[in-house]
Design a protein around this ligand. Structure first.
Ligand code: DGL
Length: 283
């Protein structure tokens, strides 16, 4: 058995790398749905269908636990699939399988509270002090998942989200540093203007953006802390596997990378992030 890591494309590699660092002997199969990337501008139904298809492919390859290393799929499809599809599919497979997302660990890291914690609403007026910026795809921003889930837990945190349409695709296409910096600076400027000042913290709420985290760091006011989803997710998955030994992660240190798109080498931007050449097999 193995751990499946799913994303629309190369963004999930950021989460994959953190998971591998944490669980080096586990077996990992990565699937990038590059034939259908980007997901961020698609309808909810399309995102659900594509995410389900990706999960089926990874379960066919022997995954026991799948990590949706994609905010868009986690925000739009995860709950639907867990409630309406996974229970019957699990029965059909006849073995323990599960699908987890990356938003829960990110909310836990951003709030410093466990997911189960929901703040008691006392009706007092809370002065919002901590301004949290979220950069994400259009679909994730439209879902308002970060605003809703953080507000349930921490009424002293105000979330401001900025959709960055096209940025994930630029990363998929291996855009140059200058073009990326211009785009990212534009989004940081737009958000800062909307807030009226720089944010206190930031979430890169699209896994693709982690590949260019340095450009975000340079564009944000100096020293703005960034909450990194890959680390938050690796923490959460390690704890989850310790609590759920039924999801067998394997122990051969297997690494496979599948794509629904063009197999072969990935672009220079991905290689620079990865620290060397990386080739995907046809899914
Ligand atoms: N990397 C994904 C995310 O975290 C999806 C980007 C896209 O395909 O638009 O949202």
């Amino acid at each position: 058995m193995s751990i499946g890591v799913f994303d629309s494309g190369v963004g999930g590699l950021s989460v994959h790398r953190a998971l591998v660092n944490r669980l080096p002997s586990a077996d990992f199969i990565y699937l990038g749905d590059q034939a259908n990337a980007p997901y961020g501008g698609k309808s909810g139904e399309e995102i659900v269908d594509l995410t389900r298809a990706g999960c089926i492919r990874l379960f066919d390859e022997g995954a026991s636990l799948i990590v949706l290393a994609c905010n868009t799929a986690s925000a739009i499809a995860l709950r639907r699939l867990q409630q309406t599809w996974l229970p019957a599919y699990r029965k059909q497979l006849g073995r323990p399988v599960n699908v987890l997302g990356i938003i829960v660990p990110t909310i836990e890291a951003a709030t410093g509270l466990p997911w189960e914690h929901e703040a008691e609403r006392r009706g007092d007026k809370v002065e919002k002090v901590d301004i949290l910026a979220v950069f994400a795809t259009r679909a994730t921003v439209a879902s308002r998942v970060y605003e809703i889930e953080i507000d349930k837990r921490r009424q002293d945190v105000a979330v401001f989200s900025e959709a960055c349409p096209g940025l994930a695709q630029m990363i998929e296409d291996g855009a140059g540093a200058v073009e990326l910096a211009t785009t990212i600076e534009g989004h940081v400027r737009a958000l800062t203007t909307r807030i009226g000042r720089g944010p206190d913290r930031a979430i890169l709420g699209c896994t693709h953006y982690e590949l260019v985290a340095d450009i975000f760091r340079a564009a944000l006011p100096t020293g703005t802390p960034i909450i990194h989803q890959p680390v938050a997710t690796a923490d959460a998955i390690e704890r989850y596997l310790a609590r759920h030994p039924e999801y067998e992660p394997g122990n051969r240190g297997l690494r496979r990378f599948l794509t629904t798109g063009e197999p072969g080498a990935q672009n220079a931007l991905v290689e620079a992030f990865w620290g060397g050449p990386l080739s995907f097999e046809a899914a």
